[in-house]
Design a protein around this ligand. Sequence first.
Ligand code: FES
Length: 299
Amino acid sequence: MDKSTEPRRSNRFTLLAPPGDTLDRLEHTRRLDPPIRGLAKAVRARIRPGKLRDLLHGVPIGHPLHPALATFTLGSLISTSVLDLTSANPRAARRLLAAGLVTALPTAMAGVTDWSTLHREQQRVGFVHGLANLTALCLYSGSLFLRVTGRSGRAMAFAGLGAAGLAGYLGGHLAYRQAAGANHAESVTHLVPTGWHDLCSLQSLPHGRPVIRRLGYIDLFVLRLKETVHVLADGCSHLAGPLHQGRLAIEGGNPCVICPWHGSVFRLSDGSVVHGPATSPQPCLRTRLREDGIVQVCV
Ligand code: FES
């Protein structure tokens, strides 16, 4: 394309632009990258792979933990504002506000842990989402301080609600437009007719080395271990990393594959998540061997 006619992406933010355009620009602005790089590195160094990190990602519940915790935090803070509006029960409003601030800590920890393993475009939006939440928490904390010292604090809480609303909007963009936290392997089994399909000959598969094979529209991770063939969807459920490029490992006595992008570990026998950041299991296809040596998979 002629450079003079190539559309140019502006990094300028303007209040008159539609919100979607502004967020598109935010995704591509590089100005935020130095602090993002530093913070993501610090988070990964502080919250090392292990039980706490898996818990914060939400591996035990099979979903990201952050949105579940955010429900408690935001619910408490919004309820505070409803009570403030009606001047119904200042004591209850104070308690709800305190509860929201207490649950904000684990909510933020879960969010920042997920954020540290996202793509850069997602991290840029997530960074501003975090700043908006931090602003909201400062305002709500100030409101609580004013309340316990005998003053109103309601105006500060309403300002906090505005910042939390902006953070929620950015969080929605992250989750629904940028698919952070979504299962990136969900569509796999819908792209091929159900039933048994020929995949490849057993002889064409190397021993102990994963390869990629295509079945219709889907890419499959295929690993032959002696006469057993393990087949998983190739695109990682976290952010679609190529599993056939990952390392093999033994976890709890079971053969597993480690995603090359962010280190999620999946059990080969059933695709279950052993370690995050992935929280959704990897689609695992049953296999059988035809008499003529053709490996078949069941979708
Ligand atoms: S793409 Fe992130 S762990 Fe696989």
